[in-house]
Write a protein that binds this ligand. Structure first.
Ligand SMILES: *Cc1c(COP(=O)(O)O)cnc(C)c1O
Length: 401
């Protein structure tokens, strides 16, 4: 049994002011999925990111679900989505009965490859046309029969591990084909692209405040947009789609997706220290890089240019087993033996059993990253001693080999 204290991948890190806001909620009896903490947390986020409107929600997944509904995604439609991500990016597409179309990554940012994105759009647009032709024929024969959906309704790109995607290229393609872009910024609060804060780049952006993210509310998320109407509609749908009436009246299907005023109190305490948290995560990256990049077969992902500023949510390393003499799993197990949590990179969605039947445009990049990559402990509360312990185990394992 390892005696040293466990080092976690990305544990919560409180500022100390969270309880103050929670106590206010108790004092004023604002124990509800709305209230002053929710309003103020939304304001804090809007101000920090420079975005006009924010809806605080129960999770990042809920935010993606609403973003898709608000873009009119219907059963049978296509949503083009980055394959190299967490499943929460994709699940809401399937909730809506739409078809995810997976697009692989490019090697510089590990995010959506713009060339493959365009290929995917062209392919699905052709399918749309074919479907329309069939529809027209059916119209003549049988007016009652309908083929539903089949339109490419949205693109979802991700800033994986905090690294901004190639947004100029992705947005230009979205514009060229008239398809709105959703930015999944769940991992990239505090990152920047071309001077813009991540989460504010697409038509709408989503954040997550899950326990492992750069700041946390224990669980929560947000939908961001400069489009006032969109966020107003999101709030409406997130609170059971109640029409304006003294009684309960509904003309649409609603959801219970609003953030609680209690957890929003945690969020307010966390937003006070967001800049420090970004600084600490970036320091972890610098530490690992300067202490490990000399090892044979170990490499890091750099910001590919001036435009890119990553919050370095998780520091990741790639291990080339031929050069390093040990593979990713051997290193992970060696760390685990020393009571240190690390984790392989996200397994691409096109390789997940549950998504195996959906179309995918792949180039082998995310699959290769998955086979070689490891996420290292990256919490903002890590001590120098803890980081040294991690480095020591990795060096020892790779030297042994
Ligand atoms: C965490 C995460 C989400 C989902 O957020 P939840 O708040 O856990 O629902 C979505 N996308 C990515 C890329 C994530 O890492």
């Amino acid at each position: 049994m390892p005696s040293a204290k466990r080092i976690y991948l990305s544990p919560p890190h409180m500022s100390g002011n969270e309880m103050k806001y929670i106590e206010e909620a108790f004092r004023d009896n604002w124990i509800a999925p709305l209230g002053p903490n929710v309003d103020n947390f939304e304001k804090d986020i809007a101000q920090y990111l420079g975005v006009k409107h924010v809806a605080a929600l129960s999770s990042g997944t809920a935010a993606i679900h609403l973003a898709l509904i608000l873009l009119g995604v219907k059963p049978g439609d296509y949503v083009i989505v980055q394959s190299f991500t967490f499943s929460a990016t994709v699940n809401p597409i399937v909730y809506l009965g739409a078809t995810p179309v997976f697009v692989d990554s490019e090697p510089e940012t590990w995010n959506m490859d713009p060339e493959l994105l365009e290929k995917a759009i062209q392919d699905k647009r052709q399918k749309e046309k074919d479907k329309r032709k069939i529809k027209d024929k059916i119209k003549i024969k049988d007016k009652r029969k309908k083929i539903k959906g089949g339109e490419v309704k949205a693109i979802i790109g991700v800033n994986l591990y905090g690294m901004p995607a190639k947004w100029d290229e992705i947005l230009a393609i979205g514009e060229k084909y008239g398809i709105p872009v959703i930015e999944d910024a769940a991992e990239s609060l505090g990152s920047r692209y071309n001077g813009k804060m991540c989460g504010t780049i697409g038509k709408s952006g989503i954040l997550s405040f899950n326990g492992n993210k750069i700041i946390t509310t224990s669980g929560g998320g947000a939908l961001l947009s400069d489009d006032e109407e969109m966020i107003a509609k999101a709030r409406f749908l997130a609170t059971q789609a109640r029409d304006k009436a003294p009684h309960y009246q509904h003309s649409q299907i609603g959801y219970n997706y609003r953030m609680s005023n209690i957890v929003a109190g945690i969020g307010r305490g966390q937003m006070e220290v967001i800049s420090e948290r970004v600084r600490a995560r970036r320091e972890n990256f610098e530490f690992y890089k300067s202490n490990l990049s000399g090892l044979k077969g170990v490499s890091f992902i750099d910001e590919p240019g001036e435009k890119y500023f990553s919050n370095r949510w998780l520091t990741t390393i790639l291990i080339d087993p031929k050069e390093a003499g040990a593979d990713r799993e051997e290193v992970r197990i060696a760390l685990e033996k020393e009571n240190i949590e690390s984790r392989p990179l996200w397994k691409p969605m096109h390789l997940q059993p549950v998504f195996s039947g959906y179309p995918a445009f792949v180039n082998g990049i995310s699959e290769n990253l998955f086979s070689r990559g490891l996420c290292l402990p990256s919490g903002s509360s890590m001590t120098e001693e803890e980081r040294e312990r991690v480095v020591w185990v990795i060096r020892k394992e790779l030297k042994k080999a």
